[in-house]
Design a protein around this ligand. Structure first.
Ligand code: DON
Length: 580
């Protein structure tokens, strides 16, 4: 792996703002990943990354730090960091043990299969995204405390673990330009809920500006209670009462019993190989790891010779590369819709989907004359809804080289936009990740059927892909991203940028990306991802292409070599690497 810098002028403007928001132990330049010897945190908030490093400096390990980062993100990055949502952790300990922790939300016991259908039997996104019914039973508090309790160093008390989050909620923190914009864009949503408006809309009526201070008293009290009483405060104590009471008054479904019976679950991670890398990733109820491994398997089944043929045909290596990625993505996302759901409710063929043999079969339909396969020939089609830009991923590595990869989400930006009054926490709108009606796309345009239908107590299918790449028995990359359905193709491209294209980790993260997902049948690309000649080649092959109006993902990643740990914050959104 090459940790040296390759700088292109093209990426300069996009990278500049990252420099402005950073303050911490050491500073990453836009060109270089941040190098450190002992520990690294890359997250969407400089406060969170800094707090994670302080925990390590106080004797904590990467699991302690990951828990603290999660709690701080709930305060300083409330569009996605949360106590009222869920997430996944994939980790590899210094001793080689692989772990994955599922703290995904669950459907409440009173949830019903057709709860989001209107009188005409049509899916109503207002209900699954913006109503009290939109929320699953939150898993984050149980998940973060489990990381700390089960795998932490034992040197950090629960009080110390939560102290940075409590302080930032109580004393307030300075709002960045990014966050001010996020609050202002969602002002009309907060206005619909007095408890949300009280916190996230300014009392003087003016818009948020960079430099304003946000204080969150109720959230501080909630965090205090968790520090004092642990998970019970949230799942059986006074916070549970506030959540259950507000649900019962407002038509939501979450009861005290739902909260009492919630538990996060350690599951076997899905494991695959690419060249001499081992890939450790999240299995169902996330589709992320299965699809990532399936796509890497198909690429290996195709072999490099296809690219050579392509070059010989004169269309250029890079167009061939995008073509191949699009073809493997098309096939993998088609399988997602049919085969994947909560493993406690749906017995998906996971080992088959992640096997090389299956990938070889599946890749046979990729045309050897470099023609696009229409998605309608892979399976039936449904159009894509616009994807929004929430969820947040963070990566943590400590001095012993424990590696922790965590993605957390409320689903949409600020979740349902509904705050539990008195607890100061935003609730998720993760119920929209179920297929409300078979064949109808969710917020991210992905469709599902029986495997992901709503059932009481079931976890909704996710695309989150916290991942660790291993080489020679050692963790070498910690990867992940937000971005709904684009998460998986983002992680795929960052990994391939390093493993196949030889980029350093910062370039691999910053490089413009493209995305396709079977349906709708087109390649979505960021500015700079496809040159004019690549676009022409791809259209000649029969692909439809469309320049994106959004950024694709925000991959806060880490690379580890024999010498150093390299943090690569994604310049697309607010992010900060802090190392020591
Ligand atoms: O679990 C999922 O796949 C979605 N709820 C993630 C949403 C997301 O990434 C939004 N961010 N950009």
């Amino acid at each position: 792996m090459n940790a040296s810098t390759r700088w292109t002028l093209k990426t300069l403007p996009a990278l500049c703002f990252f420099l402005l928001i950073f303050s911490g132990c050491s500073l990453a330049t836009a060109a270089d990943p941040l190098a450190a010897d002992h520990g690294m945190v890359v997250s969407a908030s400089k406060h969170a990354s800094g707090a994670g490093i302080e925990i390590m400096q106080a004797g904590g390990n990467a699991f302690d730090a990951a828990a603290t980062v999660g709690f701080v993100l709930a305060v300083t990055f409330p569009e996605a960091g949360n106590l009222g949502g869920g997430g996944f952790m994939v980790a590899r300990k210094a001793n080689g043990q692989n772990l994955s922790l599922d703290f995904r939300e669950k459907a409440p016991a009173r949830a019903r299969r057709d709860m989001f259908l209107d009188w005409h039997g049509e899916a109503d996104p207002e209900l699954s995204l913006r109503s009290p019914l939109a929320s699953g039973v939150p898993g984050t508090v149980d998940g973060l405390l489990s990381m700390w309790k089960d795998h932490g160093s034992g040197r950090i008390s629960r009080h110390d673990l939560l102290a940075p989050a409590v302080r930032l909620a109580e004393d307030g923190f300075i709002v960045s330009a990014y966050l001010a914009d996020a609050f202002n864009e969602s002002a009309s949503i907060f206005a619909k809920d007095p408890a949300a408006a009280k916190i996230f809309n300014r009392s003087d009526g003016r818009p948020w500006q960079e430099g304003d201070t946000l204080v969150q008293w109720d959230l501080a009290r909630t965090l205090h209670l968790i520090a004092a009483r642990g998970r019970d405060a949230f799942y059986t104590g006074s916070i549970a009462s506030l959540i259950a009471r507000q649900n019962s008054r407002s038509g939501g479904l979450i009861t005290r019993e739902d909260l009492e019976t919630y538990n996060s679950v350690y599951r076997d991670p899905v494991i695959g190989n690419f060249r001499d890398y081992e890939i450790i990733s999240m299995g169902p109820p996330s589709s992320g790891g299965v699809l990532l491994i399936q796509m890497l398997n198909m690429l290996q089944a195709l072999g490099d010779w296809q690219l050579k043929d392509m070059r010989a045909a004169g269309s250029g290596w890079r167009a061939a590369y995008v073509h191949l990625l699009t073809e493997v993505q098309r096939r993998a996302y088609a399988d997602r819709a049919q085969h994947l759901g909560d493993p406690e409710f749906w017995d998906g063929p996971i080992s088959e989907l992640t096997s090389l043999q299956y990938a070889e079969e599946r890749a046979k339909s990729i045309r050897l004359d470099f023609r696009a396969t229409p998605s309608s020939e892979v399976a039936a089609g449904i159009p894509l809804a616009n994807e929004s830009q929430e969820t947040t991923h963070y990566s943590v590595v400590d001095a012993e080289r424990n590696a922790v990869s965590v993605t957390v989400t409320l689903n949409g930006k600020f979740g349902s936009g509904i705050v539990i009054d008195g607890a100061g926490l935003l609730m998720n709108n993760e119920m929209d990740d179920f297929s409300s009606k078979p064949g109808v796309p969710n917020k991210y345009g992905v469709i599902g059927g029986e495997a992901n239908a709503i059932e009481p107590g079931k976890r909704m299918l996710s695309s989150m892909t916290p991942t660790i790449a291993v080489q020679n028995g050692k963790s070498v990359m910690v990867l992940g991203s937000p971005g709904g359905a684009t998460i998986i193709t983002t992680v795929l491209q960052v990994f391939l940028n390093v493993a196949w294209r030889g980029m350093n980790i910062q370039d691999a993260v910053s490089a413009p990306r493209h995305h396709s997902q079977w349906l709708p049948d087109y390649i979505d690309y960021e500015e700079g991802a496809l040159s004019a000649s690549m676009r022409e080649s791809l259209m000649d092959m029969g692909h439809t292409i469309a320049e994106s109006t959004r950024v694709l993902g925000a991959a806060n990643c880490i690379l580890i070599d024999e010498e150093k740990i390299y943090g690569a914050p994604d310049p697309r959104r607010q992010s900060a690497a802090v190392g020591y």
